[in-house]
Design a protein around this ligand. Structure first.
Ligand SMILES: *Cc1c(COP(=O)(O)O)cnc(C)c1O
Length: 395
């Protein structure tokens, strides 16, 4: 053990890193609710602005509570730098603005968060940055779509809603052989279950809104990586453009990180047992969960994730009508597309998150009418199972 926590366990990092106790001797991390900071003299002010002395100036740039969250998450992901943002989407925007320029090209996995697709296709495209989409699990497809202008590979693994995996080691190699960075949206796994930087990725993106908070209280995001790209290039965008995380939100996420390891293990073991039960249920035709030996990427999941994670998708016979019946028969589960909460949520992707796709696009993506996605919470497993069984028994 040393003071930097260099050899601390992930659990210890999540609890002990980032808080620099003030002269008041507080035990829990304080919220620095201040927009600006004062200097001892005109000379000190000048030195801060010139960048020759370290220290806070203004909370759009840095804030001690936000800094504590950044240091803690960076340590957990194994990155040298972290920048906290107002949302997961602004983390992706700031990364693209910090690392790309007009004429650059992105290759992204096809099944990514809907707003990320929109950001790439509707907004980045307007500024001369084009995006092409590859089949997450088909390395040749990624390779085929790379052009001389490609500077970024972007992947979300496991994917939503079908819980397919991308091979982070292989994608990192492909990126580096083509003068590009690999960016991994690690929202579904968090550093507890998957540490992309160790597998060769350059940048990790988080929607802190999900598991990092874990209790559905606040919206936030983060970018983790090296000192140059994240600490300077992405931070520069934040400091200038201002999609900054507030100290209040940072405090919520900071406290969330303290229990992240325990929560992720509990989410994942609840999900594993739920998936095993669903796989034997006569009303269920198919289960998508990487913790099942029947999952085509079960071996890859074991090699790059510590546990399979908290999201389970499954299919029922009878299409939309049967799927909606399962949802409407629940009494406890929350009917919402959100995930990463202590409360179990259930959603019908074909009519909600993926409702804007054409029927043909959905068919091609494998998102069928009978598909349901459950983000397994921390309630008693029997209660989750009983709630789902109510609608399945009709089937
Ligand atoms: C929710 C989500 C985002 C966007 O995060 P916000 O905090 O809602 O802006 C990005 N990626 C994934 C995988 C998500 O689930």
């Amino acid at each position: 053990m040393n003071d930097d926590g260099n050899d601390w366990a992930l659990e210890t990092l999540g609890i002990r890193i980032g808080h620099h106790r003030t002269a008041e001797g507080e035990h829990s991390e304080p919220i620095f609710a201040t927009s600006s900071f004062v200097f001892n003299s005109a000379a000190e002010a000048a030195a801060r602005f010139a960048g020759t002395s370290d220290g806070n100036i203004y909370s759009r740039f840095t804030n001690p509570t936000v800094r504590a969250f950044e240091e803690r998450l960076a340590a957990m992901e194994g990155g040298a730098a972290c920048v906290a943002t107002a949302s997961g989407m602004s983390a992706i925007l700031a990364t693209c603005m910090g690392l790309l320029q007009q004429g650059d090209h992105i290759v992204s996995s096809r099944s990514i968060f809907g707003s990320t697709t929109m950001l790439f296709d509707k907004y980045l495209a307007r500024f001369g940055i084009a995006t092409d989409y590859a089949d997450l699990s088909d390395l040749h497809d990624w390779q085929r779509r790379i052009t001389p202008d490609t500077r970024m590979l972007f992947v979300e693994t496991p994917s939503n809603p079908l819980i397919e995996l991308g091979d982070i080691r292989a994608l990192a190699e492909l990126a580096h052989a083509n003068n590009s960075v690999l960016v991994v949206d690690n929202c579904f796994c968090t550093p507890v279950l998957q540490r992309p930087l160790e597998l060769g990725a350059d940048i990790v993106i988080h929607s802190a809104t999900k598991y990092l908070d874990g209790q559905g209280r606040a919206v936030g995001g983060a970018v983790v990586g090296d000192r140059k790209r994240v600490g300077e290039d992405v931070f520069g965008v934040l400091r200038t453009a201002g999609p900054t995380m507030s100290p209040f939100a940072a405090w919520i996420f900071l406290k969330g990180l303290e229990t992240l390891s325990l929560r992720m293990q509990a989410h994942s073991s609840n999900a594993q047992r739920l998936a095993e039960w669903l796989a034997t249920h006569p009303g269920v035709s198919r289960v998508h969960y990487p913790g099942l030996a029947t999952h085509p990427q079960h071996a890859l999941a074991r090699s790059q994730q510590k546990m399979p994670g908290g999201i389970v998708a499954f299919e029922v016979e009878g299409g939309r009508e049967a799927a909606w019946r399962v949802i409407d028969a629940t009494r406890m589960l929350s009917i919402t597309a959100n995930l990463g909460d202590t409360k179990t949520t259930i959603t019908h992707p074909a009519s909600t998150t993926h409702g804007r796709l054409s029927a043909a696009q959905r068919e091609q993506a494998g998102i069928r009418e009978g598909l349901l996605r459950v983000a397994v919470g921390l309630e008693g497993l029997d209660d989750i199972r009983d709630d789902l069984a109510r609608g399945l028994e009709f089937g």
